[in-house]
Unconditional design. Structure first.
Length: 49
């Protein structure tokens, strides 16, 4: 299991003007897990992050 200190969710646009969701997880030891999802490349429907 991973204990998560803080979660920040940022919705915006990339430099090529594509919508994206940027998810940053800060772990207890100070490390980060970064995930960027390009919404235009995802099929429609629900997605689990």
């Amino acid at each position: 299991d991973i204990d998560i200190n803080s979660i920040s969710l940022e919705i915006g646009k990339t430099e090529v003007d594509k919508a994206y969701i940027y998810l940053k997880l800060k772990l207890e030891d100070g490390k980060y897990i970064d995930n960027e999802f390009n919404l235009s490349e995802l099929p429609k429907g629900k997605h689990t992050v």
